[in-house]
Design a protein around this ligand. Sequence first.
Ligand SMILES: [Zn+2]
Length: 391
Amino acid sequence: MLEPLAPIGRDPDTDGYVRDAWSPAEMELREWFAGEAARRGLDLREDRNGNLWAWQGEPGPGRPGVVTGSHLDSVRQGGAYDGPLGVASAFAALDLLRARGVTPARPLGVVCFTDEEGARFGVPCVGSRLLTGALDPARALALKDDDGDTLADVLTKAGRDPGRLGRDDETLSAVGTFVELHVEQGRGLVHEGRPVGVASAIWPHGRWRFDFRGQANHAGTTRLADRDDPMLPFARMVLAAREAAARLGVVATVGKVRVSPGNANAVPGQVSAWLDARGAGERDVRALVRELAEGAHAAVAEESWTPVVSFDEALRDRLARVAGGDGTPAPVLPTGAGHDAGILATAGVPSAMLFVRNPTGVSHSPDEHAEQADCEAGVVALADVLEDLCR
Ligand SMILES: [Zn+2]
């Protein structure tokens, strides 16, 4: 099922994927989702926030369903598995249940959340955050991409009504339980020697924008003493982030920088940098950001913050038992990556995650990988879990 997706949004120079939300590549992936839903006779719906739902059986008031799925957008220059593996596995698990002759006693849904990565507008999990009310629709609509187009512009161009964005209780109430399968973004399962694991918690994490302002000027004629060069405090902030992260036992990354005017022969007038910080303890992550903000001489804005997510313990243990197959329970691992399952869990929807082994542990990169046999083990585990939850 992943094969027809392989060429969509692929950068031929790097083999990396660029699948921004609402881009032509992502629109093609949404078409693929609709086709897979139709092929199985599922009832396809797009909710007010652009998330896609394919239902087998009609969920209704007092009759919520079991939902599985993930997302189809990617980070820029991402891998083939982050997102699509969860969506393809959801359809494949449904096929497996049908092949087993299982008739679920509850409605079964496959979901594709929109704009999970936040590659285009800077805020991750836009689809699930809007759905649950965790993101204010007015704020979402004003978000701008690198071309200066707002989400409102982009939605309008895609034929959607921006005025419909916002918390959607009707859609949310159909989700009784959510299980997201995802490629592991680390090497926990490699160390465990197991193909499939279960998530225990998602670390608290956030993104901050640092704007360093100075004065643009000629690189040749401006004396060093006369310069107001924002690149220097920016560079100091990057080094300070690394040092503070090591000291506080968290991780901090500056992975995106915008330099204005961006000429090789000009002292920059402004440097904007994005800091991503995560860790097991919220206090330590907050301490890092506070320390950097105080020392940076920059305007600092928090673009997103996600508190720690501890998945429903009973559900987690049930998943570990079922997904372990006949042997010992599947290993339970924490993750530093955010997911739609975390947003739903925070909104009170019993949610859980299955991870599929990633031999390199590399993610958000073309080197991200999962062996065919492990993907198949993931589908079997997901089918077992859905069968158990749909009893
Ligand atoms: Zn993902």
